[in-house]
Design a binder for this molecule. Structure first.
Ligand SMILES: [Zn+2]
Length: 140
């Protein structure tokens, strides 16, 4: 018995998922289990494009071309958090990027530059440089 019936996939064209609007099928791929996996080309509200599966779209896994993640990173940098939390965030980003078959474009140093805004919280300069600019003028 042949199970191939051609059009048994869900048509996602013109559907909107988060920031993405599905444009068309980019390509199809047969998975290891023999299913056809359809990759959809999606246009993001920021103008970026991404290609993902309907499953990822409908599950809410993919909701932007990646710009939402960048915004999250920007929001995170104003939060005070420690090294453990930072590393957690970094590995989560790396995993996320890997899952989406994207390369993680920031180096660790760049990433921590972006996220080390600890002092936005209290407005104080870091301890190790405070002696250079003592606010009281009497620091010895
Ligand atoms: Zn975008």
């Amino acid at each position: 018995m042949k199970k191939e019936r051609g059009n048994r996939f869900k048509d996602f064209s013109n559907k909107i998922f988060g920031r993405l609007t599905v444009i068309k099928i980019d390509h199809t791929k047969r998975t290891n289990s023999g299913k056809i996996s359809i990759k959809w080309e999606c246009l993001c509200i920021c103008g970026g494009k991404t290609i993902t599966t309907g499953q990822r779209l409908s599950s809410g896994h993919t909701t932007s071309c990646g710009c939402a993640l960048k915004e999250q990173a920007r929001a995170l940098k104003i939060l005070p958090f420690g090294v453990v939390a930072k590393n957690k965030v970094l590995s989560a980003y790396k995993k996320g990027a890997k899952k989406r078959n994207l390369s993680f474009k920031l180096t660790e140093i760049q990433f921590f530059e972006l996220t080390k805004g600890l002092c936005h919280y209290c407005g104080e300069p870091p301890m190790n440089s405070s002696s250079r600019s003592p606010q009281t003028g009497t620091y010895i």
